[in-house]
Design a protein around this ligand. Structure first.
Ligand code: 8X3
Length: 249
């Protein structure tokens, strides 16, 4: 399929089956982009694509063949939103599960690298490309029992920030989005489906919503080509840092 034949600009959003990814796809579609949404859960992707008049394709950023199939026929790319990623577990370094670390590094770091490398020539060829990478405040700070996630998010942030240097002089903007607490499926995945534990994460405070973050991504995407928003940190008013919020004091 030749995506882009209708003349609309093309945006690719990874991890788009829920949360920040799905909300971002809706915002970019409302701005006039043809949005290509990717995620592992193909039923959700198909429903979202139908809703926003975009294209849904299964995507596992940890799988080379899946990425190759995902990008097939994408002749043109204007915006890439690297949103796929997440956390698994909350364990001290002493007790860390090596498979959880591998999953976090594979999805957040290597996945972002794989997709970005693949789409980079098309983003440059667009003449006004934009790469948005959704990292986290965990890309800027560390916290107890978060080493697997904070190290992966730091590495993902470094990958993105390095590209900002390497692409200087090329027509590609780069924006890193560093959200704090956002109520999505993030904690449900982190706690392996334990809904009670996930809910407890946000008790006693008002977290950001996926839409709050998506609006900011939409703002970055709608700036003129010479304006680069390098890094945007957004947190709920109730959260001062990864370690301190109104509940912890
Ligand atoms: C997650 C940020 O503050 O929930 O990316 O740990 S926080």
């Amino acid at each position: 399929m030749n995506v882009g034949a209708d003349g609309r600009k093309i945006a690719v959003v990874t991890g788009a089956s829920s949360g920040i990814g799905a909300a971002t796809a809706r915002v970019l579609a409302a701005q006039g982009y043809h949005v290509v949404v990717g995620a592992r859960r193909v039923d959700r992707i198909a429903a979202l694509a139908a809703e926003i008049g975009g294209t849904g394709r299964q995507l596992d950023v940890t799988d080379e063949a899946s990425v190759a199939a995902f990008v097939e026929g994408l002749d043109r790319i204007d915006v890439l939103v690297n949103n796929a990623g997440g956390a698994k577990g909350l364990a001290s370094v002493a007790e860390a599960d090596l498979d959880d670390w591998r999953w976090m590094w594979e999805t957040n770091v290597v996945g972002t690298l794989r997709l970005t490398q693949t789409l980079l020539p098309a983003l440059i060829a667009s003449g006004d490309g934009l790469i948005v990478t959704v990292t986290s405040i965990a890309a800027l700070d560390v916290y107890d029992n978060g080493g697997g996630y904070t190290s992966a998010k730091h590495a993902q942030g470094v990958l993105h920030r390095t590209l900002r240097y390497e692409l200087l002089g090329k027509p590609v903007r780069l924006t890193e989005i560093c959200p704090g607490m956002v109520e999505t499926e993030f904690s449900l995945v982190r706690f392996d489906g334990d809904q009670e534990r996930a809910d407890a994460t946000y008790q006693g405070l008002t977290p950001l919503t996926a839409e709050d973050v998506a609006e900011v991504i939409g703002f970055a995407a709608s700036r003129p080509p010479h304006v680069n928003l390098d890094q945007i940190i957004l947190k709920p008013r109730d959260q001062a840092s990864a370690r301190r919020n109104v509940r912890t004091g």
